[in-house]
Design a protein around this ligand. Sequence first.
Ligand code: CA
Length: 231
Amino acid sequence: MKEKILIIEDEKDIIKMLDYNLKKDGFRVASCRDGEEALDLAVSEHPDLILLDLMLPGMDGLEVCKTLKKEAKTSGIPIIMLTARAQEADKVVGLELGADDYVTKPFSPRELLARIKAVLRRAKDKEKLPQVLNIGDLKVDLSRIQVSIKDKPLELTAKEFELLTTLIKAKGRVLSRDYLLDTIWGFDHALEIQTRTVDVHIRSLRKKLKNQARNIITVKNYGYRFEADEN
Ligand code: CA
């Protein structure tokens, strides 16, 4: 069965145009005109992708995006933001909040379809990531949110787990403290919580990882990276 697209857009004509073109291309379509309803539909309709207008009455697109990406049930659904040309700054914020792409209005249906297909393809590739990662004696089960060393479970906090998996998934790339802060603690808190918070959590994570702590490399004055053992 073809993928389902959820359209969140308050302009009737745009919904109509999108609905027509998406269905013509074989997609299934659901739509709504405000953010609050969108949050419900994102769960009940099981969409494969969400088209999210930035300017909505009431809860705006950025708020909807943030909420969807925060909830475990909806965080995996790719989002393409629909923005007007004057909203350049919001577009950047949208991407930082976890939106996967954006399309500037006015757009052609063809351009949008191409973007939708690209984002869906990327999402499918992501699903292929193994759910259990083995690094030396360390085993990280992403679906069960469990970490163990030599099959002995570690008691990690939620933040420590996220920190560890974010580093592992970066596959050796260096991640800055600011990036980790934004990704794990959220955009909202970036100003209140200091980058030192990352260091504090890395320290406690290393303590729990014992021998495997060697895999977390400090990059001075910048951040951290995860280096898998050579086999
Ligand atoms: Ca609008």
